[in-house]
Design a protein around this ligand. Structure first.
Ligand code: DAH
Length: 344
């Protein structure tokens, strides 16, 4: 076959060639450009071409070799494109992937539950700033100047020094003060929020946690009212069988003050490792608002009395779900959070 015809034939083979897989293309490459390939053989025959035709044939052969190489490259490209295309195209007949639903955080669940219980009793919700000043966190709440809570060891200061240092609130009792400042009497509020203390992190303590504060001020509010409010709350939260007991305690802002325990909802008073064998679990601090606090906030303590209480949301949540390590609440491990998926 004349060299020209051979070139034509190779070109038409190239144009008609279809590849469905990489191997087809590799076979074409070997067939054309391999050691015994058709194009390679043409280069061998080049020797026999008459000298005056060498230039023209040389150019034609080089053009042929380039055309073969380009065709191989473009076949490879289109094969890669179609592979990528089919990978990203949707198979509409495939069953859908299960979507993982998020769950509410146990602290949010508990906070909402506490709020909804007190709302039923007629309390409204008040909030205040997390960055506070000494007056709202300590001064107006009857903390003496030398009280250890005012120390760097216990409180995170934002701007220490001066008459009224700026700090991160260590309790939500500061919202009591802000409420007394601006709300007309009578007052019946709960104040949920985040608080900060300079504590080493352990299974039982964290430097950030959450509290709900309660405050009720009116004429003739008595300690009996306080007890009844706490009892009703405890029974709503931990079940109708729940009992409470009050132990005398001390807080600068209440007088008298008490700590409240609920009967252990695990062993029902028999004693277990959750209640450390006592049958009781401590849930909050409370007391009658100290007249000094009322007066510091412009309320006539001869006419008005009130009670206050404060509880840790983490503590209530730990008791409710028997979580033994406080740190679980802050690590956001999905395996832990998933356990609350079914809690509405
Ligand atoms: N503020 C207290 C604390 O953080 C909790 C508390 C105790 C609040 C007694 C009160 C109360 O309102 O009466 O430990």
């Amino acid at each position: 076959m004349a060299i020209n015809d051979k070139i034509e034939q190779i070109m038409s083979t190239l144009n008609e060639f279809k590849a469905t897989k990489e191997q087809d293309i590799e076979e074409l490459r070997v067939k054309m450009l391999g050691k015994k390939g058709e194009v390679t053989q043409l280069f061998d025959e080049f020797r026999n071409v008459l000298p005056e035709q060498k230039k023209e044939f040389g150019q034609r052969l080089n053009a042929l070799k380039n055309a073969v190489q380009e065709r191989i490259d473009s076949l490879r490209e289109s094969l890669a494109d179609s592979a990528a295309g089919s990978a990203s195209s949707f198979d509409l007949t495939k069953p859908g992937d299960k979507m993982d639903l998020g769950a509410r955080h146990p602290i949010s669940i508990t906070r909402e539950e506490i709020i909804s219980i007190f709302k039923k009793f007629g309390y409204s919700v008040a909030e205040g700033p997390e960055i506070e000043d000494d007056w709202h966190v300590f001064g107006a709440l009857n903390f003496p100047p030398e009280h250890p809570a005012r120390d760097m060891q216990d409180t995170f200061f934002v701007c220490p020094g001066g008459d009224n240092p700026v700090l991160l609130r260590t309790h939500t009792s500061s919202v009591q003060v802000r409420t007394m400042e601006k709300m007309p009497l009578p007052i019946r509020v709960i104040c949920p929020g985040r608080v900060f203390r300079n504590e080493a992190i352990s299974a039982r303590a964290h430097c950030i946690f959450h509290q709900v504060e309660g405050l009720y001020i009116d004429k003739n509010v008595s300690f009996a009212d306080l007890k009844q409010a706490i009892l009703l709350f405890a029974q709503e939260m931990f079940g109708p069988e729940t009992k409470i007991r009050l132990r005398p305690s001390y807080f600068p802002f209440t007088e008298p003050s008490a700590e409240v325990d609920v009967s252990c909802n695990i062993c029902h008073g028999k004693g277990c490792n959750i209640c450390k064998g006592t049958g009781w679990l401590e849930i909050l601090g409370c007391g009658m608002v100290d007249p000094n606090v009322l007066e510091a906030n412009g309320i006539d303590s001869k006419e008005y009395t009130g009670f206050a209480f404060g509880m840790g949301i983490e503590r209530i949540a730990m008791l409710k779900w028997q979580v033994k390590d406080l740190r679980h609440y802050f690590e956001n491990d999905v395996r832990f959070l998933k356990e609350f998926e079914t809690v509405i």
